[in-house]
Design a protein around this ligand. Structure first.
Ligand code: ADP
Length: 423
């Protein structure tokens, strides 16, 4: 089965084309600056030259059409025809409390996504634009929605309930949803595999530390708590987001600085985090360098970041009653030797001790805990696109088995029989 994975943002579309018979990436790429000057397609076929094409891309449908044409292009393409695309998997940010698993997209799913726009006004509309565009361009190809929130839907009410008036929360669907779910799920399953544990019988804490950052507590494959909340702002200190602060600071600052809702939102989302503390950068590479050169605010930003991560790990150990595997992933978790070392420092009472030598690595899957340590510490580079492709395949196969129909594939992953999918 060949699966096209799409991640539609407001002005960009990232894509990866997978052959799921061997999980090989056939091509990947990006359409950027949709609706702006300088819009372009960057197409990277595996084993062929990269290809870049600057052209006017006024909307998502034109962008997806360009991607499809690049995929079948005589020189740069990786497919003989669009008929080879068996399914499309969409990264969909917010599934609210309506979706606890990935889902085959039909009219009722699209309606639910519309209903959820209030909760994700920046992310769900471009996702829907991508879905509608694919429907028009490839009307016979089934589409699957894979939600950032779905993996977290197993959280108990005690984790997801905020202590605000109950009726108010019900009315406006205010609760902890959690994000980065696809990444937490992928790395948790992979880390269990790597350490020889059964995901259904172990306690895992996954640290997704990128520009956006979140941590999840996973017991026997089920999320028990996660640090992002109603929005991706809660929890850890991030590149530019403040994470958890005393909520009383918000009205205080609004009053003192005479700020509108838009301005305060911008302040806590775009001007805070390690950028706000350091006044230098949201990029941890810049901060590590500045701190090494003696910049105290850069050092303070790093210290605040690692302090909050440690505190969250500690609280999740309490929630899980222990931890078997601690996982680091995303830009910082995969690449920053310093940050991993600082987070794990002084946690030997939890069985967490890492080897300096094993930790001396960037972007590689590896167990970095010391030999014999009771908690395994691992780096797992995240792969959200592969998780989306796997989920898409699983949902399509489930659907097909429900309808007593199966596709037949040859050894190259090409489908032999006719597509008879109706939504
Ligand atoms: P997002 O997807 O949330 O935008 P990423 O997962 O790409 O973020 O992570 C970006 C972060 O990872 C940046 O802050 C960057 O500084 C950090 N990062 C990437 N490589 C390194 C490195 N070698 N050392 C330290 N930090 C790194």
């Amino acid at each position: 089965m060949k699966v096209l994975v799409l991640n539609c943002g407001s002005s960009s579309i990232k894509y990866k084309m997978f052959n799921m018979s061997n999980e090989v990436v056939l091509a990947s790429g990006l359409v950027e600056r949709i609706g702006m000057d300088g819009s372009k397609l960057i197409h990277k076929p595996t084993d062929k030259d990269k290809y870049q094409f600057e052209v006017d891309i006024p909307n998502h449908e034109v962008g997806i059409n360009l991607i499809l044409n690049a995929l079948i292009d005589e020189t740069h393409g990786v497919l003989n025809s669009m008929d080879e695309i068996d399914a499309i998997g969409h990264r969909t940010v917010h599934g609210g409390d309506k979706f606890s698993d990935s889902v085959l997209i039909d009219e009722s799913v699209k309606q639910k996504l519309e209903d959820l726009i209030d909760l994700a006004p920046l992310h769900n509309p471009p996702g829907l634009m991508g879905i509608n565009a694919c429907e028009r361009l490839l009307p016979n190809v089934p589409q699957v929605g894979v939600f950032d929130t779905a993996f977290h839907q197993t959280m108990p009410a005690a984790s997801y309930t905020y202590a605000l008036p109950y009726e108010l929360c019900q009315k406006h669907k205010i609760r902890r949803y959690g994000f980065h779910g696809t990444s937490h799920k992928y790395v948790a399953y992979r880390a269990a595999e790597l350490t020889g544990k059964d995901i259904k019988n172990c306690k895992i804490i996954t640290c997704h530390l990128g520009n956006g950052a979140s941590i999840s507590a996973i017991n026997n494959g089920k999320v028990m708590d996660t640090s992002m909340g109603f929005t991706p702002l809660e929890g850890l200190v991030m590149g530019t987001r403040c994470g958890l602060i005393d909520p009383a600071i918000i009205p205080f600052v609004m009053e003192k600085e005479n700020l509108t809702t838009r301005k305060i939102n911008e302040l806590i989302n775009k001007k805070s985090g390690v950028l706000g503390i350091s006044g230098i950068s949201s990029d941890f590479r810049d901060l590590e360098e500045a701190a090494q050169n003696g910049n105290e605010r850069a050092q303070l930003a790093l210290d605040v970041f690692t302090h909050v991560v440690k505190k969250t790990i500690g609280s999740y150990v309490a929630i899980l009653n222990g931890v078997d595997v601690l996982v680091f992933t995303a830009g910082l978790g995969e690449n920053s030797i310093y940050i991993r070392e600082k987070i794990c420092e002084g946690m030997n009472y939890l069985g967490i001790t890492i080897s300096k030598q094993k930790n001396n690595v960037r972007g590689e899957e590896r167990i970095i805990s010391k030999e014999g340590a009771s908690t395994k510490v691992v780096i797992v580079p995240t792969n959200e696109e592969l998780m989306i492709a796997r989920d898409t395949k699983r949902i399509i196969e489930q659907q097909l088995s429900d309808s007593d129909f199966s596709w037949d594939y040859d050894s190259q992953g090409n489908r032999n029989n006719e597509k008879v999918f109706s939504l």
